[in-house]
Design a protein around this ligand. Structure first.
Ligand SMILES: *[C@@H]1O[C@H](CO)[C@@H](O)[C@H](O)[C@H]1NC(C)=O
Ligand SMILES: *[C@@H]1O[C@H](CO)[C@@H](O)[C@H](O)[C@H]1NC(C)=O
Ligand SMILES: *[C@@H]1O[C@H](CO)[C@@H](O)[C@H](O)[C@H]1NC(C)=O
Ligand SMILES: *[C@@H]1O[C@H](CO)[C@@H](O)[C@H](O)[C@H]1NC(C)=O
Length: 562
């Protein structure tokens, strides 16, 4: 009994200490919350091409939807805001990491129909240009993919994902600054004015004049189609009335797709390939996606001593060294494009591109000089092109989606289906320059590379891009700038890129450092005249409980989150 008092006393002190520590923790936690709210999000985020569609995705997440629900809703929305980039007449590649860290790739890219034009590849453009015409239409996989993923990961009802887009399609949307910019490119304008997108008054007014910024775009027919699919599921498209209407329109335009092609379409599921980049692990989509090219480029760049510096401490000379090395890597990557193809048909795997001994061999071939002879890089690369969209999404439960979606080039091959309001893809032109044969059911090779990285810090980086042939360089530069040169994600994406075209000429995006450019010229790199820097990267990073979401300003994108 005599000892009771000191005990009560010390217990009291102990309790006080515990309370103080707890209060301190709460205080620190609230500080962290404050830091996060000043720039990042705490729970979930969506980085799509446009503010409208990032918002649509985020609202799904806020209503209890999963990252897959958010992605599907954001993509449906994007098919209206950026109808030149993607839509339900196209296909996608999704890389998804679940809560326990398993990463899978869902490939619902278009396939070659059972019957297709003989000697199709004879129609391939020999110079840069859009591939127009119904012979390039591949079997659309978009909605089968959404359905497949929604069954596995969806939390909201299927129809709910379509609601915001159906509303927008009916009410009409102001033609965006970005789309106005695209439609003002003389080559694009000329083609669109003559296309069925204009004659059916999707992109043109009654007088057949191309709409301009601020004019209203209406998708009345597409709204009806989406309503039917919202009610009837993907079957309405693959075996039902929408499919029949679509096939009729495709055949009227001279295309060869049949209901059988739609009915037999299947989603492919693969394990992601995982490669180390220092202590970071990068999950990439295997062929026919372009992940191996991105992995190849980054592995060639890894370990460059200049990367231990920050952009501020880099001298012009060091920058020239980095870019010289990078341009050489891009030339070798061009030479390897032909090794990406549909593994189901070719067995040919691009695995060597991420094999350390192959990478070492190529790294040894990169010296202080460049080479006139393109055979040094074994280049016989395909024609350049552009198009596509990317969405990065992360939800509260830790499900992560990196999704790249496309109808291939701008407005696909500009074939519009008046009965359904759907714009058809021209995906089969992706075979051009990449292969000598085409088989029914085969998927064309792609540059698309939706990736997910697990960082040394324990953080997660979700990234991908659009811009056709420019995707690998756009994503690689963003990653190098951010991971190795310490630039913020926003600055890393905004920094002007270099693009090595099919002739191995080096093209610099506006704003690229002039001194560095001059240095590269002195090293013998020839400059090209590429004008279409339609490269766009959308990414998000979650680290220490904060999410930084970045949508590329090149497409006037804005992310959303909470
Ligand atoms: C994640 O995926 C793996 C492999 O498919 C599966 O075994 C695991 O149960 C999944 N985890 C969750 C939380 O769904
Ligand atoms: C179409 O052209 C007519 C005659 O030039 C003009 O009066 C009318 O305003 C134009 N309509 C639109 C939608 O531009
Ligand atoms: C190019 O970069 C260097 C630093 O690496 C900088 O000193 C110089 O001002 C830059 N030049 C231009 C034109 O921005
Ligand atoms: C290449 O250039 C770097 C930097 O100027 C120099 O350190 C290196 O010795 C050169 N290597 C060769 C093979 O000339």
């Amino acid at each position: 009994m005599a000892n009771l008092k000191p005990c009560v006393f010390s217990c009291c002190i102990l309790a006080c200490i515990i309370c103080a520590v707890a209060l301190l923790c709460v205080w620190i936690a609230s500080l962290a919350e404050d830091t996060c709210s000043s720039g990042g999000f705490r729970r979930a985020a969506v980085s799509a091409d446009s503010k409208d569609c990032s918002d649509v995705g985020m609202k799904m997440l806020q209503q209890g939807g999963s990252a897959v629900d958010g992605t599907i809703a954001a993509l449906l929305c994007t098919s209206l805001i950026n109808p030149q980039s993607m839509g339900i007449g196209g296909g996608s590649i999704f890389t998804i990491r679940n809560k326990t860290g398993s990463v899978k790739v869902y490939n619902f890219r278009e396939t070659v129909p059972k019957s297709f034009q003989p000697n199709l590849l004879n129609d391939c453009p020999t110079t840069f240009g859009l591939s127009l015409g119904s012979q390039w239409i591949g079997v659309p996989g978009e909605l089968r993919g959404y359905e497949f993923l929604h069954r596995q990961y969806g939390k909201l009802p299927w129809a709910k994902l379509f609601e915001p887009t159906i509303r927008l399609a009916r009410e009409g949307i102001p033609l965006s600054k970005y789309l106005a910019k695209i439609l003002n490119i003389p080559m694009v304008k000329g083609i669109m004015e003559k296309s069925s997108l204009c004659s059916h008054q999707l992109l043109c007014d009654r007088n057949k004049t191309i709409l301009s910024q601020g004019d209203t775009l209406y998708f009345t027919k597409l709204a009806e189609t989406m309503e039917t699919i919202a009610k009837g599921g993907a079957d309405a498209f693959y075996t039902g009335k929408i499919g029949h209407d679509l096939i009729q329109d495709i055949q009227a335009a001279g295309g060869t797709l049949t209901m059988d092609d739609l009915r037999l379409y299947k989603v492919q599921v693969q394990d992601a390939w995982t490669i180390p980049l220092g202590n970071t692990r990068m999950h990439i989509p295997p062929p026919p996606a372009g992940g191996a090219l991105l992995g190849f480029i980054l592995r060639l760049m890894e370990g460059l001593k200049e990367f231990s510096l920050t952009p501020d401490s880099l001298s012009v000379k060091q920058r020239i060294q980095i870019y010289h090395h990078y341009i050489e890597a891009l030339k070798f990557a061009n030479g390897q494009k032909r090794s990406i193809s549909d593994p189901v048909f070719n067995g040919m795997s691009a695995k060597h591109l991420i094999d350390p001994s192959f990478i070492n061999r190529i790294r040894k071939m990169i010296s202080n000089q460049t080479h006139e002879n393109s055979y040094y890089y074994s280049v016989k690369p395909p024609p350049d092109h552009f198009g596509t969209t990317h969405v990065s999404v992360l939800d509260e439960d830790g499900l992560i989606v990196s999704a790249t979606s496309t109808i291939n080039q701008l407005f696909g091959g500009s074939i519009y289906s008046p009965r359904t309001g759907i714009i058809l893809n021209n995906e089969l032109s992706d075979f051009c320059g990449r292969t000598d044969t085409v088989r029914a059911g085969e998927q064309p090779p792609s540059s698309m590379t939706p990736v997910i990285l697990e960082l040394e810090s324990g953080g997660i980086l979700v990234i991908g891009g659009s811009g056709g042939s420019m995707i690998p360089t756009a994503v690689a530069s963003s990653l190098m700038n951010h991971l190795w040169l310490g630039m913020s994600l926003k600055d890393a994406i905004a920094a002007p890129i270099v693009y090595v075209d099919t002739n191995n000429n080096v093209n610099y995006e506006t704003g690229f450092n002039k001194s560095v450019k001059n240095g590269l010229r002195d090293l013998g790199h020839k400059e090209g005249t590429w004008k279409f820097f339609l490269n766009v990267v959308n990414a998000l990073e979650k680290d220490k409980g904060c999410i930084v979401a970045v949508s590329d300003e090149r497409k006037f994108g804005v992310s959303a989150g909470y």
